[in-house]
Design a protein around this ligand. Sequence first.
Ligand code: GLA
Length: 646
Amino acid sequence: MGLTRVPGLLFGGDYNPEQWPEEVWAEDVRLMAEAGVNMATVAVFSWSRLEPEPGAYDFGWLDRVLDLLHVHGVAADLATATATPPPWLVRAHPEMMPVNADGVRLEFGSRQGYCPSSPVYREHATRLATVMAERYGEHPALAMWHIGNEYADHTLECFCPESAAHFRRWLQARYGEIGALNAAWGTSCWGQHYTGFAQVEPPRTAPGPVNPAQLLDWRRFCSDALLELFQAEKAALRAVTPDVPVTTNFMSILHGLDYWTWAAAEDLVSDDAYPDPADPTSHVAVALSYDLMRSLKRRPWLLLESAPSAVSWREVNAPKPPGVMRLHSLQALAHGSDGVMFFQWRQAKYGPEKFHSAMLPHGGTRTRGWQDTLRLGRDLRNLAEVAGADTTAQVALVLDWESWWGLEAPESMPSNRLKLKELLLAWYAPLHARGISVDLTPPGRDLSPYRVVIAPNLYLCTEEQAKALASFDGELIVGPFSGVVTRDDQIHDGGAPGPLKDLLGVAVDEFWPLTGPQDTTMGRAGTWAEWLRLIDAEPIAHYLGGDLDGRPAITRKGRATYVSCLLDDVTPVLDLVLDGVDRVDVPMGVEAVRRGGFLFLLNHTTAPQPVTLPSGGTDLLTGTPMRGEIALPARDAVVLRIEGEQ
Ligand code: GLA
């Protein structure tokens, strides 16, 4: 069963017909059909056009759009249209606009203008979701619901009185009584002892550093508050259209929202990914986020937005050179997407995104961009059999949002230079370069499918999480500054690595953040080191030179490895644990990804590269049988249906 009832791979993009006169729509759908587009995301920002006055709906135009799409074989990822509340609602309820940490209420004129805790917004958004479901639930074009849009893109948090009240309700549900909050937040420090929940406020701008436990709960609350909005709309849709899948488009590896929790509330995971064409390594970071998307439900997902060429929101918006849009699209499929969708179908004539690329550029069908769109459409038809194929990974990276929030709390850490995405990437990049499939996992999930589990950092680690890691029967690597605090951001008794101490057989006497390089016998470290004390682990690498000279840097106890520093290159550590793990050897800059019975080979370099195929097969893109050594052209790809695996 695919992600939706549409067979094969999904292909299309955001379609904003309300920005165009109706005469243009006929050309749109004709060209969509020509390109093989089979899905369009519609009505994302359409609330003010669907309900221009309170309760007075204007659905005629959307009816005609959906009919037209359907007739031309294009299904709809239909939005609930709630991503921008209309001016009449905001003017009637100015208190629903978000307020920033300095107490400034933001103005209408952009998008996502709502306080996540606003009862007015919630009531009207769920009402609109119900109305949309009632109107379009039976429409033959409807394939899936698109709730909101990129939650937390512009509005992650709000500090207004309504949000404060919501935060207090959330805290009361978590702690029951104020004494428990005082204990969890350590309010004996700096004289913050509360005698009632009414005294507690969101972490607005304060004279000095804000209580980090309060900040951690605020991060939890903000993720939950937006999720409540999603859930409210989902419930409204479910009541009318119980069988139509729902999603909301994620924003790759996003700090603000705990996507493990969010994904559990969705029927299918979808993602928006915008690797920077000006960064020659961006395909590695984006592969990591694609692997997260696949891991969220351990099944295929959908790339719901990407850029055909340049975006419009970086300082410099580089275009994608020839071949790169196709290559990046195939890369998403390699990592488990069941389609390729773009922002957007027709390039805008006005507004903040008029310079953002589109499948159909300003210059129309004579452009390079349109030729790319046509070519990708053909490719996706040739790759239809890839839809639904699962990925098997033997290596997993641990990612935990609460720990991430704790780690990157501003102002009170030994070093502000530990950034979780960079720590993940430091391990992911060399695995990716070796053609090793990687899943991401929360620490508490069943780890038995894996041979190797790596926790690049687990600053916040609970007893239960430590138990889950200890029961893992494989090679475990734990990175530095792990097992430091409890779920309340309080230092574990006896210090780091807290509940991981028995498992790792070491104690950290002192954190040793670095301002310059520090050598070890397994390579150079930067940013971070630790003064380790061995309990019953064996040292396998030592610090060389400086104040830590001769002290243990990397240790092993049984099959648990602890790395107390941030190595510039973790390859020597990986070499210790990767025996027997499936890999595909390819030259630098070529990406090799197995998905089911298919092998994707993607040449991200600007020169042809020799690749020895691990087995024979047929390239689905060209229909050519292949075996042995091939020359993979620059920025080109092969998708091999591996012989004997079907
Ligand atoms: C996000 C939004 C889209 C559009 C694109 C532009 O992904 O969801 O509406 O603004 O960015 O890159």
